[in-house]
Ligand binder design. Structure first.
Ligand SMILES: N[C@H](CCC[C@H](N)C(=O)O)C(=O)O
Length: 292
C-alpha cells in the first residue's frame, strides 16, 4: 500500500506523521517499525497518527507508536508537531487544540513566535517503594520512610544513584548526574528501560543541574533508544527537580537537539507546561508491503 506522510522534528526528536482523519490505514506494529527504520523505511523516533475527534469537545485523537512498534501513552515533542501539522494542513483553525491520548487530554497551543506550548497535564510521583532486583542495578538500603525517590547503585563500590520515578502519562525514571556528556546513558539506559521494576518498561532520564533555572538532559527512551530530545522526559525531569527543591518554577532544558522550556507551579494538581519548536522537514510517500 502506498501511504503519504509528513516528516517533522521537535528539538531533534523526529517523527513520521500520518493522517487518518479520512479513514484508518490499517497499519500493524510491523508497519510502524518499518516506517521508523532509518535504513529500510523513512526513519523516526516515533510515528504520530492524527485521528478524528472522539467527541466531548476534543478536537483530535493523537496516537503514538515508538520506533519498536509499541503504542504508548504520551509524546511531548510529538504533541507540538501534531499541533503544527493540523494547523498547516488546514485540519483546524484553532491556535489551541485539545487532543486525546492514551494518557488523557493535553492542550497544545501555537504561539506567535512559532513555538508551541503544551499543557502536558499533572506529573504523578511514584511513591510506591518497589525494590530493584539485580538487573545490573541493585537497591541501596534506605532510611525508613523514604519512599521517593528510589535509590539504587550499579555495584557495591559505586555511589548510590537516586532515581525519581515520575509519570507524565508515560513512565520516567530520572537520575541526577554531574555531567550529561559523561553519563553512562548507553550502558545503564537499556538496563533501566527494561528493568523488572517497570513492567511497562520506562524512559531513563539523566539530568544535570546547571543552576536553579537551567539544566541539561539526556534520555534513553523506552522503545526508541537515546533520542536528541524527549519532551515528556523534560517535563518529568524538571518536575522531579522542583519537587526535590533543586529547581525554580520555570526551567530551560538544554537537550542535544535543542532547547525546551518547562514550567510547573509545584502542586500535585498543577499541570506542567512545555514550550519548544515544531518543524516540518519534508513530505513524502512510501510503498509499504501488506505484511512487512
Ligand atoms: N519513548 C516514549 C514516547 C515518546 C516520548 C518522547 N519522544 C517525548 O517527546 O515525550 C515512551 O515510550 O513513553
Amino acid at each position: 500500500m502506498k501511504i503519504r506522510f509528513t516528516k517533522m522534528q521537535g528539538a531533534g526528536n523526529d517523527f513520521v506523521v500520518l493522517d487518518e482523519t479520512q479513514g484508518r490505514l490499517g497499519l500493524t506494529p510491523a508497519h510502524y517499525r518499518l516506517l521508523a527504520d532509518r535504513h529500510f523505511g523513512v526513519g523516526a523516533d516515533q510515528i504520530l497518527t492524527v485521528r478524528p475527534s472522539p467527541g466531548d469537545g476534543i478536537d483530535f485523537e493523537y496516537v503514538i507508536h515508538n520506533a519498536d512498534g509499541g503504542e504508548v501513552e504520551q509524546c511531548g515533542n510529538g504533541a507540538r508537531c501534531f499541533a503544527r501539522y493540523v494547523h498547516d494542513k488546514g485540519l483546524s483553525a484553532k491556535d489551541t487544540i485539545r487532543v486525546q491520548t492514551l494518557a488523557g487530554v493535553i492542550a497544545p497551543r501555537l504561539t506567535p513566535d512559532g513555538r508551541v506550548t503544551v499543557d502536558m497535564g499533572r506529573p504523578v510521583f511514584d511513591a510506591a517503594r518497589v525494590p530493584f532486583d539485580a538487573a545490573g542495578l541493585t537497591p541501596v538500603p534506605q532510611g525508613s520512610g523514604q519512599k521517593w525517590p528510589l535509590a539504587l547503585s550499579g555495584s557495591a563500590q559505586d555511589a548510590p544513584v537516586l532515581v525519581a520515578v515520575v509519570s507524565m502519562g508515560n513512565p520516567h525514571a530520572v537520575q541526577l548526574v554531574e555531567d550529561v556528556d559523561t553519563a553512562p546513558v548507553a550502558q545503564t539506559g537499556p538496563l533501566i528501560e527494561s528493568h523488572p521494576r517497570f513492567p511497562r518498561r520506562v524512559n531513563a532520564g539523566y539530568l544535570q543541574i546547571v543552576d536553579r533555572s537551567h539544566v541539561r538532559l539526556r534520555v534513553f527512551e523506552r522503545g526508541a533508544g537515546e533520542t536528541l530530545a524527549c519532551g515528556s522526559g523534560a517535563c518529568a525531569a524538571v518536575a522531579a527537580g522542583i519537587r526535590l527543591g533543586l529547581l525554580d518554577a520555570q526551567v530551560d532544558v538544554q537537550t542535544r537537539g535543542g532547547l525546551l522550556t518547562i514550567a510547573w507551579a509545584g502542586a500535585d494538581t498543577d499541570p506542567v507546561f512545555m514550550t519548544g519548536p515544531a518543524t516540518p522537514v519534508f513530505e513524502g510517500q512510501i510503498e509499504l508491503p501488506d505484511t512487512p
